[in-house]
Design a protein around this ligand. Sequence first.
Ligand code: WTA
Length: 664
Amino acid sequence: MSDGAATESGATLEQELERMLEIERFSPPESFRAQALLTDPAVYEEAARDPQAWWAKQAEELDWFERWDTVLDDSDPPFYKWFVGGKINASYNCLDRHVEAGRGDRVAYHWRGEEGEERDLTYAELHRDVQRFANALKDLGIGKGDVVGIYLPMIPEVVVAMLACARIGAPHNVVFGGFSAESVKERMEFSEAKALITVDGARRKGRTAPIKQQVDDHMHDLATLEHIVVVRHTGIDVPMREGRDVFYDEVCAAADADCPAEPLDAEHPLYILYTSGSTAKPKGILHTTGGYLTGVAATHRYVFDLKPESDVYWCAADVGWVTGHSYIVYGPLCNGATSVMWEGAPDYPHKGVWWEVAERYRATILYAAPTAIRTFIKWGADIPARHDLSSLRLLGSVGEPINPKAWLWYHQVIGGGRCPIVDTWWQTETGAIMITPLPGITETKPGSATTPFPGVFADVVSEHDGQPVENGQGLLVLTQPWPSMLRTLYKEEDRFVETYFARFGRETYLVGDAARRDKDGYFWVIGRIDDVVNVSGHRLSTAEVESAIVAHELVAEAAVIGQSDEDTGQAICAFVTLTGGVEGTDEVEGGIREVVAERIGKFARPKRIVWADDLPKTRSGKIMRRLLRDIAEGRALGDVTTLRDPDVMEQLQEKIVEAQAQEQ
Ligand code: WTA
């Protein structure tokens, strides 16, 4: 079935989707409801009546070395503590308890490499590998509280490394493989990491990037970094520095086999994950153990209706983002799920590889980003149609708003019209899914993440007075603490309070997204209100990109905005002024893109560069990005009278029209 071809009813797919767009809502199919874990909306009332009791009930699903005395300590907002007095270990909950209950032979991951290599890892095997590597870390002098960086591709060792850290109480700091070595260095520096676990080389569409070499080129002498552990994956030659660098397989072979999991306080830091904020300096989101696990395990079970004995769950994110932390590693493993873990890119070796993977492992649940779905739409429905996707029973979406058309295509073409879709809204900061359908209960509306998960409380408030907005747009806030919430920004406590809890008081979490709520109380998330851009579900700060661009020797000034983009949701558009008299050529443009790739990563390269003689500034010299956004989106210009030089706008408007015309 290609996009132009007729469907069974005789209409084209396009016409079919148009027709469905008119159907406002989709009820859970009867066949799905009949087997769903949750079908009674009373769970929402139960959680609302006594949220602490509800979350305590979820926490009881985990294994605790010692039970907590207090569910929630809210005596010093926004510094909330959950399950105070409890002792727990994340690695124990992900592995030992399954092995001890006789489930060691269950596959934890069907791993599939880029070239089609396959490796199944059972819970018992993971348990074995994690213990050895945890001991190896100890042998290197890593202990409780030491930060360990992880910069690895999608290979089983990344999970082993994360759980080995968790086992001994060393918070991990994973950096997404798409970030440059320079970004890794910065994140190691900010977090004062004592060790970094990386790889010889990473594969991408048949090519190999020399990761260890790149790391060496940037790492130089970080005062705190004592060791670099290198996983051999591609087998390329790597430089090793005596006394600092060791090979993963060698340290594991030399380590003891048994490493009992360390009982840790519920509030012991589990990990730091850097994410983008309004300034160029990334924010180190800190998550702790007991509450985080409670949140990810409960949401993973109920949002994905997980049946660990029969489901094959596939989250197609990268472990380097929070989606991977919560829904490839901690949530699924806590729940004893069998997952697919895939190393490759969606168009390598061919554009049907996702569907080949889904078919091969008989995946029942697929969790993906709208940007991927939009790409598949562009490639055509005939590609997935060549594969048997009948095993799928539930689809998920995450990372950015999903437009109704993409939702419907996902539903029809991938889900065969029988799979509920869970559009899950959440953030690195929230740790776990916050606004989402429950697939056996919620009627869904394409484009809406529907309502908060039981025990989560959200509102849309006016930006002026913080009062709830009934039927209209406002700022999304979370009005009560939840177990998997961030605890602070690592080493930046003031910034934590300032960013999230200053605007509407210390008990209201400011999300940073605009949203509206419809007459049924459904939430529609619109997008960011701050200078954060969401490119293909990757979160970037405009300030971060600007500071990379101005590092180019010919650049005088730069202003970066997010521009709506059909494929990537938003795309980066940079307005650049060059130093005296220099012409903006293709070569300079290439150079700028190169600097951004080098400083941040390839995914942050601007899609469009507009050469500007000057940028719109207020009389005090502040760049007015709002006006740049207006012209980039082709909107009528707002008030320009406060500009130092109002003519600037006219020139820029001409330039952007020119630039767009050239691209067509
Ligand atoms: C956006 C990713 C609409 C939102 C898990 C949020 C979404 C930011 C959705 C967090 C969704 C995420 N609908 N928007 N279902 N999911 N977002 O920290 O703007 O990488 O604030 O976490 O992505 O991005 P982050």
